[in-house]
Design a protein around this ligand. Structure first.
Ligand code: COA
Length: 469
């Protein structure tokens, strides 16, 4: 097991600074680790305690009688070098340092001392200034964030701690399943590129989303991103895009936010899908994690509201996706079932007088059609339909089809019932959004990823570089 791998697959974890007091970070980390169900060994370390949360407690890492793969550190900054030295001597592979008070407040030397001490012993460091790490396949929640993270296939790397914890909570409410959440903070040692190298091969991760403020080693990052995006989609939301934002980044994690235009160009070259904001990044991640990849065939919009169709068409066009006439076989099968004034162009407008069954039937017909490669289903809540019934029927129909073999994104636009329908569909693994633009943008990301991957592949070939994809 490499030392970066130990970050995700430790057999034993020691919490250094495990506190006896509920509400303190060291207590909450230990509690999450125990309660989320980590199956490996857990050792609290605290010289002032004999037992915390029912576990025997050790005065230092070196007094633990067994091997320790990972330490999670939550003691004050000035104590961290000593803890790292002691753990390094014991052969600990990786230190997850939650503690703040390093480079981000100008204490560059203290941070360097920690990294150099770790390196001396061949130990890797995550952080400092982070909220920890989650890896759901092994039930690791070594954070002081929410406990009940939903397992799934989104990998989330965040340079911001508090925002990251908040978003961790958001994934639970929004039913976005994650494979991992990594708080990366000051990136004193392990950086985004190291994590991408691991996650590229991690079978539990289908897509990675990074909240990025800045990178220190641009070349390393781009190379890792290139390699990653040949296998799986990589979504980045870059913060600090304005001059004022860049200044805020410098005082937040001590990173250089860099030149916006350069970032965007390099992102494109290395196959990164750049989201404009956090909401969009998670929208796309949801679609990638639930859906099979887009392969071929037409994208068809089915809508009961003309306006929603127009808005979605605009978003697709902005993303270079044009719509063509639906396959004749689809038009011919839908025509007799729809009102005379329905439009059978693309978007297919089944009209506001469609029934629940009529709407679901049209969507399923589109999915089943061989010429259709992807479906964007838009629904506007009307008094003649019930979004919750539509959601249930769509879920059942997809089950009867044996699951989704091509991508579909859905928008359920309206009041309370529509929001319920959005939640139901998402829980059932059908990516659904409350606005047509969001469903369209997620579909566009999915379709464009195929082209992005091909472009990176071509570029690497031209450069004579081999790929390991
Ligand atoms: N080894 C192990 N444990 C030790 C120790 C040592 N050498 N020395 C002290 N401890 C124990 C303390 O006794 C205490 O346990 P107790 O509460 O049972 O007495 C525990 O470790 C924590 O130490 P304490 O001095 O109480 O620190 P703290 O909990 O107030 O603060 C941090 C520690 C790490 C939380 C704080 O320094 C910090 O950095 N906070 C910010 C963290 C953050 O926001 N990170 C970024 C997130 S996005």
């Amino acid at each position: 097991m490499s030392n970066t791998e130990a970050l995700f697959r430790p057999k034993s974890i020691a919490v250094v600074g495990a506190s006896r007091h509920p509400g303190k970070i060291g207590y909450e980390v230990l509690k999450n680790l125990i309660n989320y169900g980590f199956k490996g060994k857990i050792y609290p370390v605290n010289p002032k305690a004999d037992e915390i949360l029912g576990l025997k407690t050790y005065p230092k890492v070196s007094s633990i009688p067994d091997e320790v793969d990972m330490i999670v550190v939550s003691v004050p900054a000035k104590l961290v070098p000593g803890v790292v030295e002691d753990a390094g001597k014991k052969g600990v592979k990786v230190a997850v340092i939650i503690t703040s008070g390093f480079k981000e407040i100008g204490k560059v030397e203290l941070e360097r001392e920690v990294v150099e001490t770790a390196r001396k012993h061949g130990m890797r460091v995550l952080g400092p200034n982070i909220f920890g790490i989650v890896y759901t396949p092994l039930r690791i929640n070594a954070t002081f964030g929410p406990q009940e993270v939903i397992p799934g296939s989104v990998g989330f790397i965040t340079q911001s701690g508090a925002l990251g914890i908040a978003l961790m909570g958001m994934t639970i409410v929004e039913k976005i399943g994650v494979s991992t959440i990594v708080s990366i903070g000051n990136k004193a040692d392990i950086d985004d590129a190291d994590l991408l190298q691991f996650l590229e091969k991690d079978e539990s991760t289908k897509v990675v989303l990074i909240y990025l403020e800045g990178v220190t080693d641009g070349k390393k990052f781009m190379k890792a991103a290139e390699s990653f995006s040949l296998r799986k989609p990589l979504i980045v939301v870059k913060a600090g895009k304005t001059e004022a934002g860049a200044k805020a980044v410098a005082s937040h994690t001590g990173s250089l936010a860099g030149n916006v235009a350069i970032y965007s160009t390099l992102f494109k070259e290395s196959g990164i899908l750049e989201a404009v904001n956090v909401e969009q990044a998670f929208d796309w991640a949801r679609a990638f994690s639930y859906l099979p990849p887009y392969e071929d065939g037409q994208l068809v919009i089915v809508t009961n509201g003309g306006g929603a169709g127009v808005l979605a068409t605009d978003v697709l066009a902005e993303n270079g996706i044009s719509l063509s006439r639906p396959p004749d076989s689809l038009v011919n099968s839908l025509k007799p079932k729809l009102p005379e004034f329905a439009s059978l162009k693309n978007p297919i407008d089944v009209t506001g007088m469609i029934s629940n069954e009529g709407y679901v039937d049209a969507v399923i017909e589109a999915i089943r059609n061989d010429g259709v490669g992807a479906v964007l289903a838009l629904y506007c809540e009307t008094a003649v339909t019930d979004p919750v019934v539509i959601a249930d029927e769509l879920i059942n129909a997809v089950k009867e089809l044996g699951g989704l073999r091509k991508p579909i994104t859905v928008a359920m636009i309206g009041g309370e019932k529509s929001y319920k329908a959005v939640a139901k569909l998402n829980e059932a693994g059908i990516p659904t959004y409350p606005m047509p633009e969001r469903a369209a943008s997620s579909m566009a990301a999915l379709i464009n990823y195929r082209k992005v991957r091909e472009r990176v592949e071509r570029r690497l070939k031209e450069l004579g570089r081999t790929t390991n994809a």
